[in-house]
Design a protein around this ligand. Structure first.
Ligand SMILES: [Fe+2]
Length: 239
């Protein structure tokens, strides 16, 4: 028999699932309870206090489902972040053809790295694949279009100049408080196009594998879909 219980403001769970969940899940729910009870919108430090132990408890399961649980759990905490301290320095992202895309390191993550990004109006972070770590992206202000893709060709190796087929899985307007998730197995290609007022946000990235020898695998995607219904596009690996 199951009974619905409210585990945090407006968040309900079946009591039976609550009891039989993994130790990590229960630890997470306890953290969510503590976190949600603190206040509706938290400081960045409160996020770190909850997310650091949670990340350590979930990082070991790198299966597709394990990454999903990790990303959604971190995202649930990140959704409460209202503002973050300014980074000590801003650097060019190196992921754009033009100036105006910058990143700054925001300290405090223990098993993950927090990067603050800011995009000048109408600038673009090129489409690139994440091969060794997953990402929770949180919008903090402004507006950016975020697109995610996955390679559907059998040959998924990064070979500059080669053409592959990719599937668009997400096409989102990221505004303040919105979340976008990249795992090694889902949505692992992403790119950003800033709106007319620019945008800024956080990338909370967690390394799961050694960094590959090759550089960042960029892609140039064709404008017209090969298959519009299934959202399949041709794209070229680029340097
Ligand atoms: Fe990225």
């Amino acid at each position: 028999m199951t009974e619905e219980v409210e585990i945090a403001d407006g968040i309900f769970a079946k009591r039976r699932e609550f009891i039989v969940g993994s130790a990590a899940s229960v630890a997470f729910l306890n953290l969510v309870n503590t976190f949600a009870a603190a206040q509706d919108s938290s400081t960045y430090q409160q996020f770190l206090d909850a997310a650091n132990p949670l990340a350590k408890s979930l990082i070991g399961d790198t299966s597709t489902a394990g990454q999903d649980e990790y990303l959604h759990s971190i995202a649930a905490l990140a959704a409460h972040i209202d503002a973050v301290p300014d980074p000590a320095a801003w650097n060019d992202s190196t992921q754009s053809f033009t100036p105006g895309t910058e990143i700054g390191f925001t300290p405090g993550g223990e098993s993950f790295t927090v990067l603050h990004w800011r995009l000048a109006p109408n600038t673009e972070i090129r489409l690139h694949r994440h091969d060794y770590g997953n990402v929770v992206t949180l919008g903090l202000g402004g507006e950016a279009r975020v697109r995610n893709f996955e390679v559907v060709s059998e040959d998924r190796d990064y070979v500059p100049g080669n053409i592959v087929r990719i599937r668009k899985t997400v096409d989102q307007q990221l505004t303040k408080g919105n979340i976008n998730l990249v795992s090694l197995d889902r949505n692992n290609i992403h790119g950003f196009i800033a709106g007319p007022e620019g945008a800024h946000g956080l990338d909370i990235t967690t390394r799961l594998k050694p960094r590959p020898e090759h550089g960042t695998p960029y892609l140039g995607v064709r404008d017209e879909a090969l298959d519009d219904v299934r959202q399949i596009y041709e794209a070229e690996w680029q340097e």
